[in-house]
Design a protein around this ligand. Structure first.
Ligand code: SF4
Length: 201
């Protein structure tokens, strides 16, 4: 973690003004969809709506139309309206500041909650997506057969001082260097620590 941190000392630059509600909805939209499409559709949606009350007013049918390109439009729209209602009724219209509370919201699983809590509120949790899962198993940093097992392992293995940035460091390492098909082991900063039998050194 120290080496990844040294190479990318300010991983969250640009995220400090993140609107938690927009981030939560964007993460919900991103399930089984690609980044550029999600960003474009989130822009379109939040050009019409700013907060949970606005989302409720827009309504499920219109939200479904706007978000159709990201896939699973009807169920995502239903969850967006439902979670907006819960935020208004239970949290005064704001996103709760921790991932445990967020996971009680409709359509929000562990990864979505932990990404949002980490980026919006600096909660020291390490969300496990496909890149983080692969890297954690290969090195291995926190091996596990399931996302939950890896997430629990990372929570134990990673020192507190690295937890705020750990998700994004591991995500970028997996996306840019330790890729699924052809990891760039010759320029990997942790190649001497990695025991993966498939590494190319
Ligand atoms: S040495 Fe290769 S397989 Fe191991 S962590 Fe680095 S890029 Fe991934």
């Amino acid at each position: 973690m120290a080496r990844l941190a040294e190479a990318d000392p300010d991983p969250k630059v640009g995220f400090d003004d993140t609107d938690p509600f927009r981030l939560l909805v964007t993460v919900l939209l991103s399930a089984q969809s690609t980044g550029p499409t999600v960003a474009r559709i989130a822009d379109a949606l939040f050009a019409r709506v700013k907060d949970p009350a606005g989302m409720q007013a827009l309504g499920e049918a219109e939200i479904t139309e706007i978000i159709r390109p990201v896939g699973l439009g009807p169920s995502k729209a239903r969850n967006i309206v439902k979670l907006s209602a819960v935020l208004i009724e239970t949290h005064g219209g704001a996103v709760p500041r921790n991932s445990v509370e967020m996971r009680r919201l409709p359509g929000i699983g562990r990864k979505s909650a932990e990404v949002t809590a980490n980026f919006a509120f600096h909660e020291p949790v390490i969300a496990v997506d496909t890149h983080v899962f692969r890297v954690s198993n290969r090195i291995p940093l926190a091996p596990g057969a399931t996302v939950d097992a890896v997430a629990d392992g990372l929570a134990e293995a990673v020192h507190e001082r690295f937890k705020d940035g750990a998700h994004i460091w591991l995500f970028r390492h997996g996306r840019d260097i330790c890729t699924a098909r052809k990891p760039a082991c010759t320029r990997c900063p942790v190649s001497d620590l990695c025991t993966w039998p498939g590494k190319e050194i």
